[in-house]
Design a protein. Structure first.
Length: 122
């Protein structure tokens, strides 16, 4: 029997080539949250998140590759800043869900107003 008969399909690791996959990881979202306040060096991000420096650097590399953060050198330090315009694909995707949510909330509001009117008529 050939070895290939024993080997099933292997799950592939998710790619980080786009914004959706990059922000799927919780630590990367935390880094974005830290950077929303402004530019920071890696050490400050490490301190803010209580992650190791190699972990933070790994996540910053992924975020940089998809354009969500930008790095600039200042002497020996590397300063990172958020590039929020690269979140646009995510925002565009979420808009339809936001509209659906708002429509549902409007219906709940209408229902509550109707219940209130019925209560006042009694």
């Amino acid at each position: 029997m050939s070895i290939s008969e024993y080997i099933g399909p292997v799950a592939r690791t998710s790619t980080t080539s786009d914004v959706f996959n990059a922000i799927a990881e919780a630590h990367r979202r935390e880094i974005l949250d830290v950077l929303i306040a402004g530019e920071k060096p890696v050490g400050a991000i490490v301190d803010d998140l209580s992650l190791s420096q190699p972990q933070v650097s790994k996540h910053l590399r992924v975020l940089s590759e998809v354009g969500l953060v930008r790095c600039r050198a200042e002497g020996r330090r590397r300063l990172y800043r958020l590039e929020p315009e690269h979140l646009r694909p995510l925002r565009e995707w979420l808009v339809k869900y936001e509209q659906a949510w708002n429509d549902r909330m409007d219906r709940v509001d209408d229902y509550l107003k109707e219940l209130q009117r019925q209560g006042e008529q009694r």
